[in-house]
Design a protein. Structure first.
Length: 368
């Protein structure tokens, strides 16, 4: 019980000291020219309103006229007005209180990647969404990182993109003096691959990305890509590479541009004979005779055990048993651009007994 009484006395003392401090603080606030003040006179309510001091520190009152209060504390200014009311015999007794009017709330400012930068008066209901509506962020504004800095310079970052009109966690109330800044989106690091690749275009850059990896990610070399003429364009300079050499490669950097030169002449092999699509077939590195015939689509009458192959620039021809190659009994034959392939037609197979009978019949007819 004694402890409770002692605690109560301590709390009472603290509250009394706090009240005294507040009272003293109010009494020591000085009124300056241009300040807005409120006057309250218990005996003459018509004087009770807000006034603005002149540049000379005067307050202009009804009945009394101009009273100089600039440089006085609030209490001193109130006492002086009361004294004038009594001295000028306007009131027998005057009880006047003068208080500095609360300054207007500082506006909320907005800037950055917006169509309209500026400020708006603060209101208790003002939220980030209201500032977004007023400022109209541009297409490059990063709504995932909106910076709000308060009057003390403390900064928070809000992901307004998650608000979507529902969760006010991402749509905070704004305070007087807040500054809202809309950052520009950070462009992701990229490289660009162009020319003789299967899928030219941009790629996301990552550490460890090399020239060969970038070309592989672009679908590899196209049939027209020249492996011996590959360039990396970087910050105004061009690096040349011959990727037919196994050791040729380089680590790429953000914004590098890879260009694979296109072969000056298109390369072909030619397939004729018993195929559905006779004519030229675009040559690609590593092409074999079975691949070329497959592209040309052999017919049912194609003789695959004796395919004629005429090498580019050769005077002689050779025959390849593609049937054995397809069955896995023989290695495939690599081709060169300009090679010619002729798939011959199957011959008519004659049974020996039938042939002998036919000969005998022929002699019989001739003998008659």
């Amino acid at each position: 019980m004694k402890h409770s009484v002692a605690m109560l006395r301590v709390l009472t003392g603290l509250l009394l000291l706090l009240g005294i401090a507040v009272s003293v603080g109010a009494q020591t606030r000085v009124v300056k020219p241009g300040d807005k003040v409120t006057v309250n006179c218990e005996e003459e309510p018509s004087l009770n309103r807000e006034y603005t001091l002149t540049k000379d520190g005067l307050i202009l009152l009804s009945f009394v006229g101009a009273v100089r209060v600039g440089g006085l504390t609030e209490k001193e200014a109130g006492d002086k007005i009361a004294e004038q009311l009594v001295t000028q015999k306007i009131l027998r007794k005057a009880t006047v209180t003068l208080r500095l009017a609360a300054p207007p709330a500082a506006p909320v400012k907005y800037s950055g990647a917006v169509t309209n930068s500026g400020e708006t008066p603060h209101a208790d209901t003002l939220r980030l969404s209201d500032v977004v509506r007023l400022s109209q962020p541009t297409d490059v504004a990063d709504l995932e990182r909106v910076e709000i800095t308060n009057a003390l310079g403390e900064k928070i970052v809000v992901n307004f993109a998650l608000y979507q009109g529902v969760n006010d966690t991402y749509n905070p109330l704004l305070k007087p003096g807040d500054s809202v800044f809309f950052l520009i989106k950070v462009k992701p690091a990229e490289i660009f691959v162009a020319g003789g690749v299967a899928n030219p275009g941009t790629q996301a850059f990552s550490e460890g990305l090399t020239l060969r990896k970038a070309i592989d990610a672009a679908g590899g070399f196209s049939s027209l890509g020249d492996k011996a003429r590959v360039h990396v364009e970087r910050a105004g300079q061009t690096l040349d590479f011959d990727l037919t050499l196994p050791s040729a490669d380089v680590a790429l950097q953000p914004d590098d541009r890879v260009v694979v030169e296109v072969l000056k002449e298109r390369r072909f092999v030619f397939v004729d004979g018993q195929v559905r699509k006779p004519g030229s077939i675009e040559y690609r590195d590593g092409m074999t005779i079975s691949m070329a015939i497959n592209d040309a689509m052999p017919t049912g009458g194609a003789r695959m055990d004796r395919v004629k192959l005429v090498r580019r620039g050769a005077a002689t021809e050779e025959f390849v048993n593609v049937e054995r190659i397809l069955k896995g009994f023989a290695p495939d034959v690599p081709l060169l651009a300009g090679d010619n392939i002729v798939v011959q037609k199957k011959g008519i197979k004659i049974n020996p007994l039938t042939a002998a009978a036919g000969v005998a019949l022929l002699f019989l007819i001739v003998g008659r």
